[in-house]
Design a binder for this molecule. Structure first.
Ligand code: NAP
Length: 284
């Protein structure tokens, strides 16, 4: 958007913390690139202030917004309708003002799987996949993998009960195993793809590793949802062990691309979004 031009539509992200979010630069660059007079802003919304914040966004006639930690679940209480996918995941990351009200979607899983496809390609459906972790991101990733027809899905988590609960959540869609971590570790050589959805290895605890890499299946894809650091200690170790690696930038860009499409009806230039994010993360 040119400096003196009025934004015709306002978008944003609500979360806490939200100051370092890369969504504003990614979306504002894409609005300008697509010549759309729109603007995207990061709004700090503290826990306990969510209801007022959402009502405020409605009153300000915002056209849509993203939702990040810690509001992805609670925000569902303040919307008019929740899309089926977001309901299955149990969380909303994208809100769109539509004719029939404020609708909650979840684009995290779709965004992630699009990025995984750049490595896994057509073999995805027949791959044996281990997901480490059972939090919000794991729910989005597993729901989408199940929707895409992946048949061999295993989930493991530090807190086993949460992995069991996740299994129940998606069981109508896929035959998924919830396995205690020591057992899943023994099975490591059987997995084609291992996905870390935990925060283990995220800055500032960059030396922590979520999974051993000494008996990976040859050709295994190790995928980390973390993108700070860009290449976690785990991905570095896995690469040295011969694995293909994938960081979380593609997921971040992918979820943003699907949100952008929902708001504008336009499929964005994803390579450009990726380049903008990488530039701000100090990568290539
Ligand atoms: P969450 O709901 O809080 O879940 C955190 C998960 O990490 C839980 O399974 C938790 O296990 C596990 N965990 C945390 N500390 C652990 C430790 N020391 N050892 C073993 N497991 C541990 O968080 P989330 O929203 O799912 O996010 C998880 C990660 O995904 C974060 O690093 C986040 O940055 C990343 N993420 C990336 C994107 C992207 O666009 N690339 C999008 C969303 C999230 P328990 O259940 O036992 O506590």
């Amino acid at each position: 958007m040119e400096k003196n031009m009025q934004a015709e539509k306002l978008f944003g992200v609500i979360g806490d913390p939200v100051g370092h979010s890369l969504s504003p630069v990614m979306h504002n660059d894409q609005f300008a690139f697509q010549e759309l007079p729109y603007y995207y802003h990061a709004f700090l919304v503290k826990p306990g202030e969510l209801k007022e914040a959402v009502n405020g966004l409605k009153a300000l006639h915002v056209s849509g917004f993203n939702v990040t930690v810690p509001h992805k679940i609670e925000v569902m209480n303040y919307l008019d309708s929740i899309d089926e996918e977001a309901r299955m995941i149990g969380a909303v990351n994208t809100v769109v003002k539509e004719e029939n009200g404020w609708i909650g979607y979840n684009t995290d899983g779709k965004g992630y799987v699009e990025s995984l496809l750049t490595k896994a390609g057509e073999t995805l459906e027949n791959s044996s996949i281990l997901v480490i972790g059972a939090g919000g991101a794991a729910r989005a990733v597993i729901s989408e993998l199940a929707r895409r027809g992946v048949r061999q899905l295993t989930v493991t988590n530090r807190t086993s009960a949460k992995a069991e609960a996740l299994k129940e959540r998606v069981s109508e869609r896929a035959d998924i195993r919830a396995v205690p971590t020591p057992e899943a570790e023994k099975d490591t050589p059987s997995f084609d793809i291992i996905i870390n959805t935990t925060s283990v290895g995220m800055s500032p605890h960059v030396d922590n590793i979520p999974w051993r890499t000494d008996h990976l299946k040859p050709g295994c894809i190790c995928s980390d949802l973390i993108y700070n650091p860009l290449k976690t200690a785990w991905l570095q170790e896995a690469e040295r062990a011969g694995a293909q690696v994938l960081n979380g930038v593609g997921m971040f860009v992918g979820q943003g691309a699907f949100a952008f499409q929902k708001w504008t009806g336009i499929w964005p230039d994803v390579d450009r979004m990726h380049a903008v994010v990488m530039h701000h993360l100090g990568g290539n």
